[in-house]
Design a protein around this ligand. Structure first.
Ligand code: ZN
Length: 186
């Protein structure tokens, strides 16, 4: 089942979300619904606050890209992050053009480290501590920001923020049309 996506301006996107345990009700179904919602909207990542749940749960799915051969892998690389924590930023910082399903129509270059040391639990509550890099690291950082009440536009320079202010206001007042379902304003 696809779920409606919460838009920029909704207070849940500014809240610190809560860690969860194995007993979280219907977790497998929720994860399946989040993947379905993300793929239906052509996203590569989705954090639980974006579907109106203030919990530390993220899904990620993208086609791996090989720079050397300039080709995409045959299958999606998928990850579920539960209670993720960035232990260390590593590697060099680089710009990458990001967008967000909660902030339709806005794409901006965001500076983040290309490699991080990440601790998380997967959908079976297996514990991981791994150095991750590339697209996985990029999307993970964007989604983990959502768990802490942050969105990618917060990371832009004051000048860029000023330049996109009107478009952010349009998103807040629901003036931006999307192909996917967004949660209606209360
Ligand atoms: Zn986002």
């Amino acid at each position: 089942m696809t779920l409606p996506i919460v838009g920029y301006g909704d207070p849940i996107l500014r809240k610190e979300s809560q860690p969860i345990t194995k007993d979280y009700p219907e977790l497998k179904q929720l994860i399946a619904d989040m993947f379905e919602t993300m793929y239906a909207a052509d996203g590569v990542g989705l954090a639980a606050p974006q579907i109106d749940r203030s919990i530390q749960l993220v899904v990620i799915g993208f086609r791996p890209y090989d720079e050397k051969t300039d080709t995409y892998g045959p299958e999606d690389e998928r990850h579920v992050l539960i209670n993720p924590e960035i232990l260390e930023e590593r590697g060099k910082k680089e710009y990458f053009n990001e967008g967000c399903l909660s902030i339709p129509d806005i794409h901006e270059d965001v500076l983040r480290p290309d490699t991080i040391l990440l601790h998380w639990f997967d959908e079976d509550f297996q514990e991981h501590t791994e150095e991750i890099t590339g697209m996985f690291a990029r999307v993970a950082q964007h989604e983990i920001d959502h768990l802490h009440g942050k969105v990618f536009t917060d990371r832009l320079s004051p000048l860029r923020k000023t330049m996109i202010k009107r478009r952010l206001n349009d998103v807040m007042s629901g003036k931006v049309a999307t192909r996917y379902r967004m949660k209606r304003k209360k």
